[in-house]
Write a protein that binds this ligand. Structure first.
Ligand code: NCD
Length: 312
């Protein structure tokens, strides 16, 4: 495996190998010294053209835990703010001998294009509305652990509903491909205005009726309403959105008490998810954040350690 651009590129074996290694990395993180020398001498650049809290910080920590040398470059504070193109920025940095770029960019497909500009490994940390593969991997890791803890291990046959702003979400695409590969059934719940073109060809069921889906699911994934990506009126008011698609305290009671609640964050409390749901015992939101470091360690290890002969 040279790059991680999309979860659609992962087969069952590759996805499980990444999740299994993430378990080993999580074990490292329980030790008093949370560091292994796996990537000594490798150089990683985190190139973030868009804002991020969880993703950037957990990549940085993952790189340090693996003993890689890494730097982070953001649009603000670099020559990107002077108009330097992504290509020139990457080639400038690559001249300093870089083994891997971790990139977040506002344009869908930016990473695909970048494969032609560099010999380094590329990891997609979110490209526009397209994909966010490490988020889907950390979601699968979190759910796998949850299902094992409640005595029903594995994702095969589990029903996961993803709810909300599907149109602007890179998280939904990566999750649909990965959950499908891992054998889960996926339902998507969204108003017609927030559904991506071509969704009818995806391996999912699509509905507008959240209340009918809630009692059936093993896990519910709420998505943020991405106001910064919206150009027009996709729904009348935030209040109306919450009424039909929000995980309100009343809707929480329609969910099985054993069903997991996930959200990639950042959350809009009171819009797509109520404080009661976000802070409930069923919520895995902080487990998802915690999973970010071992899952990203696993991805970087598989791409960069050279030990990964089986995962071409
Ligand atoms: C997501 C993102 O930026 O794609 N967040 C994340 O990485 N945890 C989802 C979002 O912004 O809503």
């Amino acid at each position: 495996m040279k790059h991680l651009l999309s979860t659609a590129d992962l087969d069952w074996d590759q996805a499980n190998a990444l999740l299994d290694t993430a378990e080993q990395m999580a074990a490292v993180l329980t030790r008093p010294i949370k560091k292994i020398p796996a990537l000594v001498g490798r150089t990683i650049v985190n190139l973030f053209f868009e804002d991020s809290t969880r993703t950037r910080n957990s990549f940085e920590l993952a790189e340090r835990r693996l003993s890689a040398d890494s730097i982070s470059v953001t649009a603000r504070g670099s020559s990107v703010s002077k108009g330097e193109s992504m290509r020139d920025t990457m080639q400038t940095l690559e001249a300093m001998k870089v083994d891997c770029f971790v990139i977040r960019h506002a344009s869908s497909g930016a990473l695909e294009q970048a494969t032609g500009w560099t010999d380094a490994h590329l990891v997609n940390a979110g490209d526009g509305w397209h994909e966010h593969p490490t988020q889907a991997l950390l979601d699968a890791f979190t759910l796998r652990r949850h299902f094992a803890a409640v005595g029903h291990p594995g994702l095969e046959g589990k029903h996961v509903a993803i709810v909300g702003d599907l149109l602007h979400s890179r998280v939904v695409r990566s999750n649909v491909w990965l959950l499908h590969t891992l054998g889960a059934t996926v339902s998507l719940v969204a108003p017609a205005t927030l559904r991506p073109a071509g969704v009818e060809t995806w391996p999912v069921q699509v509905t507008e009726d959240l209340d009918s889906v809630l009692p059936q699911v093993h896990a519910l994934m709420m998505l943020r309403v991405q106001r910064e990506r919206m150009s027009g009126g996709f729904f009348p008011t935030a209040r109306e959105y919450t009424e039909f698609f929000g995980l309100t305290p009343a809707r929480l009671r329609l969910l099985s008490p054993r069903a997991a609640i996930c959200h990639p964050g950042p959350i809009n409390r009171g819009v797509e998810i109520s404080a009661e749901a976000a802070d409930s015992a069923q919520s895995l939101i902080l487990d998802q954040v915690a999973a970010g470091v071992p899952v990203r360690m696993s991805v970087l290890f598989h791409l960069l350690s050279g030990a990964d002969e089986g995962l071409k």
